[in-house]
Design a protein around this ligand. Structure first.
Ligand SMILES: Cc1ncc(COP(=O)(O)O)c(C=O)c1O
Length: 471
């Protein structure tokens, strides 16, 4: 029992959740996001253009949106910045590329990607020059491998991934191997969990696989946070061990960026990729990002000859000064920007930059993580309490240790329950996602989810399990 106002409140009560919201230093930021209402989620036609977003803040009206691990909700600032972008385009045309406008919060389009890199760098713990906001996650993986995966069948030719790798990562690794006329059967190593399928992988076990293939492996590709189990891997320890074995280390940070604080530069990570539509709230399919440690992106010049990591390249990776000289000489920008191909979508970058304003307003990743640890532990406590009386219908497969997870809890349901439970949750205005065969992923995103959301989710989840059991 505890209370913020001195009155006794039961830990498992809605009042207790509301009291936690009152104490939450980030609670005020929730109103800066557009959370769909339950009624909106039920409509089957597009509201007229110009329809105002729901201004409701009542938790009875709003959906219980715990799906930031898949698609973050829209920050209110986004439509304002997008409108400013549309106005710039409409009134300036091509001048928008280079003409700064007084009173505009937007950078010129030629500088928009650099502004985004500056804003992302503290979120991933990188120097701004080590970050490029570009392309999409899988495309960036291929671009990194084009530069750093140079297999030699008589030496280092293997790529190590996990058995449960996100399919796109699996396809990327497999196709890179095939692209070099090698065979995945000999060059792709998948880390199989020694215990149950889809269970967490211990660091010691991962290190044992690295050790086993140490002399023949070129690249290790792992997720910062595993999409299915929600496990947060020990990035610095694994990176160090793999590099000591001579392996180039790439991290897929799709589920880690904007979720947990990262220190890519200090951890000496070789390279990493991410998307911006999950915890970064930039919108569906929005521009991705790439990190290349400064040690891997140097460009040196001797007697007019340039030395740099060769890569698939395009004009946007070539020095800004020479970009318009059209002399067909690739002069890579030192740093991650040198891996860019095309001029980026300003539409995307405007949306991303708008969302990143909210990260700055929240005070950066530290307060976000502090709330994340607290709200995820609270959700876990409520779920475990519920599990105590709901029998063996599900288990939490995400590690309980806060250092081994971000905001996501994955709940593995008893076989056959998933469809009914998801339908019952949807009917109650709960938005979470499923991963077949049996998992529901629930993610309280600290910028816009409340402790009350967690309370309401657990209430609805108990009902949904009851529906599934008595159907
Ligand atoms: C872990 C992980 N890797 C890769 C991807 C693929 O991302 P993209 O479609 O942006 O290439 C996703 C998408 O959700 C993902 O979750």
């Amino acid at each position: 029992m505890s209370s913020s106002d001195g009155q006794s409140q039961h830990v498992y009560s809605r009042d207790y959740a509301l009291a936690l919201d009152v104490q939450d230093p980030l609670h005020g930021i929730r109103k800066e996001y557009v959370i769909p209402s339950k009624a909106q989620l039920r409509v089957k036609s597009l509201p007229e253009a110009g329809t105002k977003h729901s201004e409701s803040t009542s938790s009875d009206d709003l959906a219980i949106y715990l799906c930031g691990n898949s698609l973050g909700v829209q920050p209110r600032i986004t439509s304002i910045r997008m409108q400013q972008y549309f106005t710039t385009w409409a009134t300036q045309g091509v001048y928008g590329h280079f003409k700064p406008l007084a009173e505009s919060p937007l950078p010129t389009w030629l500088d928009a990607d650099a502004r985004a890199s500056d804003c992302i760098a503290p979120i991933v713990g990188a120097l701004p020059s080590e970050v490029a906001v570009m392309e999409t996650l899988t495309a960036n993986l291929h671009l990194l491998m084009s530069a750093f995966y140079k297999p030699d069948i008589n030496g280092r030719h293997k790529i190590i991934i996990e058995n449960q790798a996100f399919p796109s990562d699996h396809f990327a690794a497999e196709s890179q191997i095939l692209h070099h006329d090698l065979s995945p059967s000999t060059s792709l190593v998948t880390i199989e969990p020694p215990g149950l399928p889809q269970s967490a992988l211990s660091t010691a076990y991962i290190l044992s696989v690295i050790e086993k293939h140490a002399s023949t492996t070129a690249v290790l590709l792992l997720p910062g946070i595993q999409f299915y189990t929600g496990q947060y891997f020990d990035i610095p320890t694994i990176t160090k061990a793999a590099q000591a074995a001579g392996i180039f280390v790439i991290w897929d940070l799709a589920h880690a960026v904007g979720n947990v604080p990262l220190k890519l530069h200090d951890w000496n990570v070789d390279a990493a990729v991410w998307c911006s539509y999950k915890y970064l709230n930039a919108g569906p399919g929005a521009v991705g990002g790439l990190f290349v440690h400064e040690k891997n992106s140097q460009v040196s010049s001797e007697a007019g000859n340039l030395t740099f990591a060769n890569r698939l390249s395009g004009w946007w990776g070539s020095s800004k000064a020479s970009r318009f000289t059209m002399d067909n000489r690739f002069v890579p920008i030192p740093g991650a920007s040198g891996f860019q191909l095309s001029n980026p979508s300003i539409l995307d970058i405007t949306s991303l930059n708008a969302s990143l304003e909210m990260f700055a307003k929240a005070g950066g990743m530290q307060p976000i993580r502090e709330k994340s640890v607290k709200i995820t532990a609270y959700l876990e406590t409520l779920i475990r309490n519920m599990a105590a009386y709901s029998g063996k219908q599900f288990e939490i497969i995400t590690p309980s240790d806060q250092d081994q997870r971000g905001a996501q809890l994955s709940l593995r349901l008893q076989s056959g329950l998933l469809d009914t439970v998801m339908k019952a949750l949807e009917e109650r205005g709960v938005v979470v996602d499923e991963r077949r065969p049996d998992v529901i992923r629930v993610a309280p995103a600290p910028l816009y989810n409340s402790f009350e959301d967690c309370f309401l989710f657990v209430e609805a989840f108990a009902e949904a399990l009851h529906v599934a059991e008595t159907r």
